[in-house]
Design a protein. Structure first.
Ligand SMILES: NC(=O)c1ccc[n+]([C@@H]2O[C@H](COP(=O)([O-])OP(=O)(O)OC[C@H]3O[C@@H](n4cnc5c(N)ncnc54)[C@H](O)[C@@H]3O)[C@@H](O)[C@H]2O)c1
Ligand SMILES: O=P(O)(O)OC[C@H](O)CO
Length: 330
């Protein structure tokens, strides 16, 4: 296993992908923002904060210094939440060698909230041309993948030639990547489904019914499609595994941080309480709702679900009112 693989970001998903590859036999290096996570992985083979309960492979080595993980890597998995992507990309920039080619796979599910840029766009803006970028997205709740539950995913890139190698690297007997070319499409799907998941969590917290949730998931899919159309994405991407597949998984799962964020909110918890309960994990949909709402306003895209969730999260609109306003708009 000569390919050198590094993962930037040791949250639930970065650690899961790193461990999947380490279990395949690659010696995987993972960079963590938190020093305690590095110690937890190296000394005890567990990521106690972000992936508790999963024993990590002896082939996984954690670091806090980019110099240990970037220069010699062939494949880099970029797994920090979208809010931190620009900052971390700027930090890793000096560590790339000019003399070799890198493949970088972005797995974050969010947009840059003030510029509306996709993560691949932010990364291409900052990183050198010898870094070829791809995106990976799908119905991939980290602790299910970590427990080897059969799961599909999609890898997409404008550099078609790198896809076969990436598919082969990630493929296991429980994780099946499909290559497609609609990189922007899968990134939009990943960001937008989180808003719907928060809405479904609100329905759960308010103890509303399955009819309500079915209506909202349908609206979420419609909105995904509308935004995607604006970005020139392929319609079939939204009806594929990274679109409706991830929408169903995230909205129906007790494990989803976005769905439980909405549920906790509807149970009357404050933003501060929820933040403490999430102990460092992120709910990307909170920022996606703001970003996509403003983007839609500026571009005259009608997104009633996103608008209502934005109002609940950022303008303190009562949740019952938001759901009933929404369903009269369907
Ligand atoms: N967890 C999942 O099931 C899952 C699955 C697919 C995709 N994703 C996506 O992967 C991305 C990474 O999320 P995650 O779930 O691995 O993380 P997480 O929510 O489990 O953990 C938060 C992460 O943010 C990092 N962090 C905190 N402050 C930071 C800072 N100032 N600078 C840099 N990093 C900082 C932490 O070190 C940690 O890695 C997100 O976009 C998420 O939507 C997550
Ligand atoms: O826990 P969530 O809500 O961030 O969702 C995780 C993954 O994106 C599900 O595919």
């Amino acid at each position: 296993m000569d390919t050198q693989i590094s993962v930037i970001g040791a949250g639930g998903w970065g650690t899961t992908l790193a461990n999947l590859l380490a279990k395949k036999g690659y010696a995987v290096k993972i960079w963590s923002y938190e020093k305690e996570t590095v110690e937890s992985i190296n000394l005890n083979h567990i990521n106690i904060q972000f992936l508790p309960g999963i024993y990590l492979s002896d082939n996984l080595f954690a670091f806090t210094d980019f110099n240990d993980v970037i220069p010699n890597a062939d494949i880099i998995i970029f797994a920090v939440p979208s809010t931190f992507v620009r900052n971390i990309a700027n930090q890793i920039l000096p560590f790339f060698s000019q003399k070799k080619e890198y493949k970088l796979v972005t797995v974050a599910k969010g947009l840059e909230y003030d510029t509306f840029k996709l993560m691949s766009e932010v990364l291409r803006e900052i990183l050198p041309k010898n870094v070829k970028i791809a995106a990976l997205s799908g119905p991939n709740l980290s602790s299910e993948v970590a427990r080897e539950f059969p799961t599909g995913t999609v890898i997409a890139s404008i550099h078609e030639e790198i896809l076969p190698e990436l598919v082969a690297i990630f493929q296991t007997n429980y994780f099946k990547p499909y290559a497609i070319f609609d990189e922007r499409g899968i990134e939009i799907c990943g960001a937008v489904k989180n808003i719907t998941a928060i809405a479904i969590g609100v329905c759960d917290g308010l103890k509303l019914g399955d009819n309500t949730k079915g209506s909202i998931i349908t609206l979420g899919l419609t909105e995904m499609n509308r935004i995607g159309k604006h970005f020139g994405c392929a319609r079939k991407t939204f009806f594929g595994i990274a679109g409706i597949g991830d929408l169903i998984a995230t909205c129906s799962s007790k494990l989803s941080r976005n769905r439980s964020y909405g549920e906790k909110l509807a149970q009357g918890k404050t933003f501060a309480q929820i933040k403490i309960e999430m102990h460092g994990m992120v709910s990307e949909g909170v920022w996606a709702a703001k970003s996509i709402h403003h983007f839609a306003q500026q571009n005259n895209i009608d997104l009633p679900l996103t608008t209502q969730i934005y109002k609940v999260l950022h303008e303190n609109k009562p949740m019952n009112e938001a759901i009933s306003d929404l369903l009269t708009l369907i």
